[in-house]
Design a protein around this ligand. Structure first.
Ligand code: PAF
Length: 281
């Protein structure tokens, strides 16, 4: 596996790969890799000839300083597992390499960025869009892989591709879960033992809520779910929403053949967790 730190070297290597007619698959990450990332790498390996990963903790997508500082960094282990899963090249730039000057792009994703993560983490999706656009410009992948755990991010990236007419196919990957249902996330590493034990309540609540669709009304389900989670004082629920899976607008009533997503964000101790379930009726 090749490791690069500069945009120049990465571009040079990938130009040769492209000239050989090989299909490039790309998995952008912020490191602290888990099975969710590795599943994306393995899918890319099956579908493409050359797999690129990036590891870059993107400062401009963090709206909370402590979250950025405490974001887990496990580079050595990340490199080991990437190599083991047949990644061909990993791009690990420093902040100065990605942002040599002032960052001024301001993307407008309309209503999609005004709900849920967009509402609670101002500027987050602009930061994600800026870095993903830059990474796409550097790697020029044929296919890029994003996990559905960050469902809203996936829709934002799809919109970015559409708005900027980018020549890349976005491939969603299913959320990978621990045995007890907790969605894999780099931030799980920051949970205490006690917090880790109760964390699966979030997914259990999502599953039970999904079971109530379409018999109960969205408002009733949300109220029930809020009570379930708030009954555990360790959790502080930020949002629990039932939305249209296409535009993420809140759903007032269920209709036949509707596609929905139930999303939540909650703080458990000092860690912010998000999760969702997708319902195709
Ligand atoms: O999902 C992530 O890890 C990040 O938001 C991404 C897409 C790598 C951009 O920094």
């Amino acid at each position: 596996m090749q490791e690069t730190k500069t945009i120049r070297t990465t571009r040079d290597i990938l130009k040769d790969v492209r000239d050989q007619g090989r299909i490039i698959g790309f998995v952008p990450t912020m490191g602290a890799l888990h099975e969710g990332h590795l599943e994306l790498i393995r899918t890319a390996d099956k579908e493409c000839d050359f797999v690129v990963a990036s590891i870059f903790v993107n400062p401009i997508q963090f709206n909370n300083r402590e979250d950025l500082e405490k974001y887990p960094r496990t580079l050595e282990e990340d490199l080991r597992v990437l190599e083991k899963n047949h990644c061909h090249l990993v791009f690990i730039p420093e902040v100065e390499e990605m942002y040599p000057g002032e960052v001024s792009e301001d993307y407008d994703f309309g209503k999609l960025e005004k709900v849920m993560e967009g509402k609670h983490r101002p500027g987050h999706f602009n930061g994600v869009a800026i870095v993903v656009k830059k990474l796409f410009d550097i790697v020029e992948p044929d296919k890029a892989y994003f996990g559905q755990k960050d469902y809203q991010q996936l829709l934002i990236i799809q919109k970015l591709v559409e708005k900027e007419n980018l020549d890349v196919e976005i491939i969603p990957g299913s959320t990978v879960r621990e045995k007890d249902g907790l969605a894999m996330s780099s931030r799980n590493k920051r949970l205490t033992q006690e917090e880790r034990q109760i964390a699966p309540l979030l997914y259990q609540t999502l599953l039970k809520a999904a079971d109530m669709v379409p018999e109960k009304k969205p408002g009733e389900i949300i109220e029930w779910a809020r009570q379930q989670i708030s009954a555990q004082p360790e959790f502080s629920l930020e949002y629990f929403e039932i939305a249209d899976a296409g535009d993420l607008l809140p759903v007032k009533n269920f209709i036949n053949n509707g596609n929905y997503v139930i999303c939540l964000a909650a703080h458990l101790g000092n860690v912010r967790l998000i999760d969702n379930v997708i319902i195709n009726s």
